[in-house]
Design a protein around this ligand. Structure first.
Ligand code: UDP
Ligand code: MN
Length: 257
């Protein structure tokens, strides 16, 4: 379907886009959604004449899912791969419905998914940062990215909201129906029962400098240039010390420990 796309890079052929964008999708085991997302968002990016490279940041099966860390790892590896002005974090099940909802960065974080279908297209809540959000790469580095502390569903996006506030930034959102997003259906994941406690702790000591991009520990299991995206498969561990087994897996591979 897309003979002219390679290495997940979509760009206009007759002009140069103002911003170079990395799209980072935190991912594990949602293949149908990934196909639906690619089939809908690639044409949208083309209509917007965007210059975007798609990175799928996939967590290997050894640990509970950590969405914040998958986004940090996607960001770190994307910035090693190329220079980007802008990063857009996009959950695999969020698809913008309006072509005016532009994949781009503003000076403030741009939350593109304020009105999701599954919430009746209403603004979920004022501080909501989930679904799709873009940052200028220097701004994202400035808040040290996401917290790495949230395993299992929930919390890391509210923590992100606090980081944004602490940095003196505010959240921009496209108006009304422009931020309508289709939300693809799936079984509800088990919740992190401790998420409110972790959130309270991380809020009380919002030491963003000791928890974020600069403390993401992982092993790259593989980095594949697929046709429509770049797949980053990484191994993370809840404990700080990676075991000998993981280290042995990591021979000749990228290490960020
Ligand atoms: N995700 C994933 N596999 C999982 C859990 C989460 O790929 O097992 C990613 C995926 O991008 C998903 C996002 O994390 O859209 C948010 O998780 P989920 O959809 O479960 O949460 P929701 O926002 O629907 O409550
Ligand atoms: Mn979902």
């Amino acid at each position: 379907m897309y003979p002219d796309i390679d290495n997940g890079h979509i760009y206009p052929k007759n002009c140069r886009a103002k911003q170079k964008i990395a799209i980072v999708i935190p991912y594990r085991n949602r293949e149908t959604h990934l196909h639906q997302w690619l089939l809908n968002v690639i044409p949208l990016l083309r209509r917007q004449q965007a210059d975007a490279t798609i990175f799928v940041s996939e967590q290997a099966e050894v640990e509970n899912f950590n969405r914040g860390m998958m986004k940090n790892i996607g960001f770190i590896e994307a910035t090693k791969y190329d220079q980007f002005d802008c990063v857009v974090f996009n959950d695999v099940d969020y698809v913008p419905e309006d072509d005016h909802n532009i994949y781009q960065c503003l000076s403030q974080p741009n939350h593109m998914a304020g009105r999701p279908k599954k919430k009746g297209y209403k603004l979920y809540y004022g501080g909501f940062t989930g679904g799709i959000i873009s940052f200028r790469t220097d701004v994202f580095k400035g808040i040290n990215g996401y917290s790495n502390k949230f395993f299992v569903w929930g919390g890391e996006d509210d923590n992100l909201g606090k980081r944004i506030k602490k940095a003196g930034l505010s959240i921009s959102r496209p108006l009304y129906n422009v931020s309508h997003c289709t939300t693809l259906r799936h079984k509800v994941d088990k919740r992190q029962p401790l998420r409110l406690k972790i959130l309270q702790e991380t809020n009380r000591n919002l030491e963003t400098e000791y928890d974020g991009i600069n403390t993401s520990k992982y092993i790259i299991s593989s980095l594949d240039n697929k046709k429509l995206y770049i797949r980053i498969l990484s191994i993370i561990k809840k404990v700080d010390n990676m075991g000998e087994y993981e280290k042995s897996l990591a021979k000749n591979l990228t290490l960020n420990l």
